[in-house]
Design a protein around this ligand. Structure first.
Ligand code: ZN
Ligand code: MN
Length: 153
């Protein structure tokens, strides 16, 4: 079983404790997997990986563990209009690319200029802005529509 680095384990123990939650091997395994991947997995995908590591863990436990991590600020939940959700172990400010065909979500390395956000915020008259979410939608390299073959004249 891959050991979690002491730092990572300490981060988890402290965050759980601060939220009045217990440290469990199931939560630790879910946290480890989420920290180690950048695929923004669904709960089912997390389950498929974690069940190899923790004997007898159920999908319900994985789901609850994910929600606990989100509640402790150790993960972010990305929800979509169709009711699906993905989880992100990265909690620093960053943006995403999302494929509208396969649903894949990828971190976008670029940043948006803070002044642009301030400018938008200034136009939100009387609304108290606490954050924002930026996601670029389109086709990933695997799902890109094939170039149209034009008939030769
Ligand atoms: Zn795709
Ligand atoms: Mn991300």
């Amino acid at each position: 079983m891959p050991r979690m680095s002491t730092d990572s384990e300490t981060v988890l123990r402290r965050a759980l404790e601060a939220s009045g939650q217990r440290y469990t091997e199931q939560r630790a395994a879910v946290f480890r997997f989420l920290r180690a991947t950048d695929v923004h997995p669904t709960a089912d995908e997390v389950f498929v990986h974690v069940r190899n590591e923790v004997q007898g863990i159920s999908l319900a436990t994985v789901y609850k563990s994910l929600e606990t991590l989100v509640g402790c600020g150790l993960a972010t939940k990305l929800t979509y209009g169709d009711g699906s959700a993905r989880y992100d172990g990265r909690t620093d400010d960053h943006h995403h690319l999302r494929c509208v065909v396969c649903g894949r979500v990828v971190d976008l390395p670029g940043q948006i200029d803070d002044r642009e956000i301030s400018r938008l915020q200034a136009s939100a008259d009387g609304f108290h802005v606490t954050g924002y979410r930026l996601e670029l939608n389109g086709y990933c390299a695997d799902c890109a529509p094939a170039p149209r073959i034009t008939a030769q004249a």
